[in-house]
Design a protein around this ligand. Sequence first.
Ligand SMILES: [Zn+2]
Ligand SMILES: [Zn+2]
Ligand SMILES: [Zn+2]
Length: 167
Amino acid sequence: MPDQIISKRCSKCKRILRLSEFYKDSTKDRLSCQCKSCKQSYRRTKSGRQARCRYQRKYGKTKTGKAIHRRAICKYRLRYPERYKARAIIDDLVRRGRIRPPNNFKCHCGQEANEYHHPDYSRHLYVVPLCQHCHKEIHPKLRDVCEPTVIPRFEGRAPNNATFFAI
Ligand SMILES: [Zn+2]
Ligand SMILES: [Zn+2]
Ligand SMILES: [Zn+2]
């Protein structure tokens, strides 16, 4: 058995640190060459922020990047924790293939649905597939709704071929 590597030298600050002090480098499936604190301070610098921005812009153009960007805005999460949680649960189930993606269904207007609407955010698995347009009509100012306590109710007709995932 070879000796287990338990420490690593940071390429920036040259300290020898435990492996847990290094972030995983997702692209190469190994540890980053700079320690966590060096990475963090780099992120706070101007060039660090720019690099991150560039990365996000590039990533934001991919399909998953777009979806993540739309949904996982920090502010949104803090402002509407209920809504965020409800969506995250559904997104995760769709991603894992546990429920079919919304475009498998038709919106009540007859268009292909591409979003899931939660008539009640406290019932996480109760969703209605809607097209973007109809969804916007239900809550037109999704971003501007200031009272997180106001839960928009689903007023539309039930889509005939829709699946409701009632708890
Ligand atoms: Zn370091
Ligand atoms: Zn909705
Ligand atoms: Zn529609």
